[in-house]
Design a protein around this ligand. Structure first.
Ligand code: SF4
Length: 314
């Protein structure tokens, strides 16, 4: 029971479908729990209505003043228009915030068109026809802007603010996509959120990169809030295979907590959240294990030193 809603749908993140997804993501396994055939809008709306008619869910939503929608992908691309508008009516009626997420390639007409044409045509056949696949793409993308409202917070998976690392993790987005996406969200009056990944697979100097990514999210993208996430081995992902072979060690709980506190200290006026569900509490499978109090003190000191360097550099 919660204020988080997971739509019932046949959609799955188009990046997983087309390009195998990001190297830490195991969303492809979710194929087992999305519908194999298209779900009619009416049924999707019934599913949402059933969720909010549960008293515990409803009370949680009201208590939090927020509804979080967690689609298997992007709010605008994997949640159909009919359901989006149904949810807008619900949150507006109750004066709630609406939180969801979206890939930053949304504002890139060519990337959206390519991605959707591959996944939709594979699923529905060559005759499949939607505005987004035809000449109306630009108009449809612009129409999304009219849906943006001050009560919305749309988060994007920034992960690591470095173009080479974004390629390494197979993000399929570059920093220019994030800049353009952030302008799009904010110019529509909504708030921007960004996920910052701590130590994703293949990314070196991960403490510094996480701090720099938080800095980029706030200073360049003007995000209102960030979610700092410890990257863990997810079954079926490249990261999981690397971890099993001893080639990738997720960040320790000590370092991840210190990164979180450092960001909070440097950005006291911003919202910084920690995804505690993903903190890798075993302190990694390989390499140096941070176990003793002495090791923890030393690890915290190192993070603080790097934070000082990152946040005081111009
Ligand atoms: S964009 Fe998000 S859902 Fe899609 S593959 Fe990457 S992490 Fe997974």
């Amino acid at each position: 029971m919660s204020s988080k809603y997971f739509p019932y749908s046949e959609h799955i993140c188009h990046h997983v479908f087309n390009k195998g997804g990001c190297n830490f993501c195991s969303f492809h396994l979710m194929k087992n729990c999305v519908s194999a055939t298209p779900v009619p809008i009416k049924q999707m709306i019934q599913h949402f209505d059933a969720f909010i008619s549960d008293q515990k869910n409803y009370q949680d939503i009201l208590k939090n003043g927020r509804l979080s929608v967690e689609p298997q992908g992007s709010w605008f691309l994997e949640v159909p228009k009919g359901l989006r508008h149904h949810i807008y009516r619900f949150v507006e009626f109750h004066g709630l915030e609406l939180h969801s997420q979206c890939r930053a390639t949304l504002t890139n007409k060519k990337k959206v068109q390519t991605a959707l044409s591959i996944s939709m045509k594979a699923k529905y056949g060559p005759d499949f026809d939607r505005d987004l696949l035809e000449k109306n793409v630009q108009a449809t993308l612009e129409s999304f802007k009219t849906e943006l409202k001050p009560y919305m917070l749309i988060s994007t998976g920034l992960e690591v603010a470095n173009n080479d690392d974004l390629k390494l993790i197979n993000k399929g987005c570059q920093l220019s996509d994030f800049v353009s996406f952030s302008r799009f969200i904010r110019s529509g009056g909504a708030k921007l959120g960004a996920n910052v990944l701590m130590a994703p697979p293949l990314v070196l100097d991960s403490v510094r990169k996480a701090l720099k990514t938080a800095q980029y999210a706030f200073d360049v993208l003007k995000a209102s809030e960030i979610m700092v996430v410890s990257c863990i081995p997810r079954i079926g992902s490249l990261g999981h295979a690397l971890w099993r072979q001893g080639k990738w060690n997720p960040i320790s709980a000590t370092e991840s907590a210190e990164i979180y506190w450092m960001i909070k200290d440097w950005y006291p006026e911003k919202t910084v959240k920690l995804d505690t569900m993903r903190v890798y509490c075993f302190h990694g499978k390989h390499g140096l294990k941070i176990k003793t109090e002495k090791q923890k003190i030393s690890a915290r000191k190192k993070v603080r030193k790097i934070a000082q360097e990152v946040f005081t550099s111009s």
